[in-house]
Design a protein around this ligand. Structure first.
Ligand code: ZN
Length: 90
């Protein structure tokens, strides 16, 4: 059964540029072959309407421990619901 993680759409774009999937389905840095890590970041998500309340969401953030990119976002940052994407982890 595939599982879907909540991620930032921009992170998925970064992942596809920076890394590639190995034969074991894990993501590896194209330059260094180091495994890409994921970390759950608690964000406050703004809905489509300006007056909607912020909801807290755990969003998975990808980063490369070798290249140290992208920079870790701040816990509690406010993001728009439009920035959210989904990622199939397995
Ligand atoms: Zn890298």
């Amino acid at each position: 059964m595939p599982t879907w993680d909540i991620v930032l759409a921009a992170d998925v774009k970064w992942l596809n540029e920076h890394a590639e999937q190995d034969s074991d389905q894990s993501w590896k840095c194209k330059a260094t072959r180091v495994g890409i890590l994921q970390r759950g970041i608690r964000y406050r998500v703004a809905g489509k309407k300006a007056r909607e309340e912020l909801t807290e969401r755990n969003v998975n953030h990808f980063y490369c421990p070798a290249c140290k990119v992208p920079l870790a976002p701040k816990v509690g940052s406010v993001i728009s619901v439009k920035e959210i994407g989904f990622f199939c982890s397995k």
